[in-house]
Design a protein around this ligand. Sequence first.
Ligand SMILES: [Zn+2]
Length: 328
Amino acid sequence: MTVLRVVLLLATTLAACTSQNAMAPVEAPVAAPVVTTTPPDPAAVAANELGLVPVLMYHQITPDPAGEYDQTPAEFRAELERLYRENYRPVTAAQYIAGELDLPAGTHPVVLTFDDSTDSQLSFTATGAVRPDSAAGILAEFAARYPDFRPVATFYVNNEPFGADPRALPWLAAHGHEIGAHTADHANLASLDAEGVQRQLVRNVRAVTTAAPEVTVRTMALPLGISPRDNALARTGSWDGTSYAFDAVMLVGANPAPAPFGPLDPAGVPRIRSGRGEVPFDSAYWLDWLAAHPEQRYTADGDPARVSFPRTLSGDLAARWADRANAY
Ligand SMILES: [Zn+2]
């Protein structure tokens, strides 16, 4: 039942350690080490903050994968290794859509998203630790080995998430993960009337904010990738005195997403499906493609206050970011 929006982009424009010698003569004032905070010349790192961003969609991380989007823990670890090796650094979906991409120069953002809040993504051991073979546990372990890989992801949850474990949502919030909406009951939103759509989303947001009151639910993912008949209700609505307004609606499939500073439609952000090589245009396909087309990929300039890009791409800049533009 997955609705694929396969939109191919093939033709688009798409310290030195300045150790102070303890025996140095005392008469000379000691110069402080020079710490440069100036980001490099964007051209030197081929910065392109109007380039494509892979938003990866995961389902279960399990030793016995059943669905075509499931992965084993070993496959998930291998994909994280590849992302790290190819200089991708995670941001959440909410950070991506808001353009909050504070990344080192020369690195690329990647958004890791997990749908359906299964306990394969987050569960706890008898002693209360996060289970090491869960998605959250694997991410935490990976970041412990690679401290410059921020272990942040976006979890699109239904009600009674992660086996209805009351520790789960507060744990995600406390560890920098984003909690997004995926409807209360994993509803096919096209099958519901307008009130039903809004009820599904309000009940879902309420469940999240009841369990983790510090959370604001900022993005949502369409169950099955299916939009409501009134598309606008996926993004904003209200029911029973509670309203919701999401910054972005995530689709299922099947290509990299535009840069947040470029021609992005927040009402339909494409995601790339991560699986086991059983579906076309999956993460392996697109990571290969982006590696072969580095000029199409988002590459950070190292300065979050500036949006750098080759001058030839100036036409792609969304008007609201004009005051940050740094064409070169
Ligand atoms: Zn789902």
